[in-house]
Write a protein that binds this ligand. Structure first.
Ligand code: NDP
Length: 255
């Protein structure tokens, strides 16, 4: 039986690479996203080349009714959920100093990134705890947080806080769900070349040339997908509430 995976934001950037990788790993992937199915047709075709044809369900993860619709649809079609990858996320629409950040911008980023993670995981975990074990686990949840969970950027504090919140949710859910055989882990990307980082392309090109990362290049969505694949598989059975940095060594303190 194929394992069933939900990837939020699964048709663009990091999420697209994760969907492709998991499909290649043998999962039946269900992608969620804000755009219409027609708008993501090319991405779905790309994912399908790796294995099983993906399913797309339009879902704004910041809306509880849409989160419920996504989860209910997957359960009614497939009867179970083996893997949830909480990937969907946003950066602030504008970078502004913490002293002038608006409440609206805070709510937009924290609601989309952290509140959605909390309640999407809650919905899926309720399905997982009542299902049988396939392979060696009852379920797996992988959160895409960021190096920003640890690194301060005063011009996008809401993003940093939203990702630090995801890191704590990873630990709390890992703790709560371990007795059921459900594993919850986190991947922390550094600077990855996607639509999200387009606006700061030149800034990071220069920083990379100046040696900011020990591995002197941009990260790719495929670098992140490879780490998700490790957590999604059945090899790490004594690891939960943990994270993998996919950041070219950026987390290393240097002198
Ligand atoms: P992109 O902007 O390229 O893609 C974002 C994805 O999230 C899209 O698929 C988008 O859906 C989806 N999304 C955004 N808001 C919602 C929403 N409300 N409901 C449903 N889906 C939504 O970003 P990346 O691929 O770069 O980022 C993916 C994740 O990785 C994010 O959580 C981001 O914070 C994180 N990350 C990225 C880094 C980077 O350097 N790029 C570094 C560290 C972390 P749609 O396609 O339908 O618009």
């Amino acid at each position: 039986m194929n394992r069933i995976a939900i990837v939020t934001g699964g048709c663009r950037g990091i999420g697209l690479a994760v969907s492709r990788r998991l499909t290649a790993d043998g999962f039946q992937v269900v992608c969620g996203g804000r755009r219409s199915e027609e708008a993501v047709a090319d991405a779905l075709a790309e994912i399908g080349k790796e294995g099983l044809k993906p399913v797309y369900i339009q879902c704004d993860v910041s809306q509880q009714s849409e989160r419920e619709h996504l989860v209910n649809e997957v359960v009614s079609r497939f009867g179970r959920i083996d893997l949830l990858v909480n990937n969907a996320g946003v950066a602030p629409k504008e970078r502004t100093d913490i002293l002038s950040m608006s409440e609206e911008s805070w709510d937009y980023v924290v609601d989309t990134n952290t509140k959605s993670n909390m309640f999407m995981t809650q919905l899926v975990a309720k399905v997982m705890v009542s299902q049988s074990i396939t392979g060696r686990k009852r379920g797996t949840i992988v959160n895409i947080s960021s190096c920003s969970a640890e690194v301060s950027s005063p011009n996008r504090a809401q993003y940093c806080v939203s990702k630090a919140g995801i890191s704590m949710l990873t630990k709390v859910y890992a703790d709560a769900l371990a007795p059921y055989g459900i594993f919850v882990n986190e991947v922390r990307p550094g600077v990855i070349k996607t639509d999200m980082t387009k606006t700061v392309n030149d800034k990071y090109d220069k920083l990379i040339a100046d040696g900011v990362f020990p591995i002197a290049r941009w990260g790719t969505p495929e670098d992140v997908a490879a780490a998700v694949s490790v957590f999604a598989g059945d090899d790490l059975l004594y690891t939960t509430g943990s994270f993998i940095d996919v950041d070219g060594g950026f987390h290393i303190r240097r002198l």
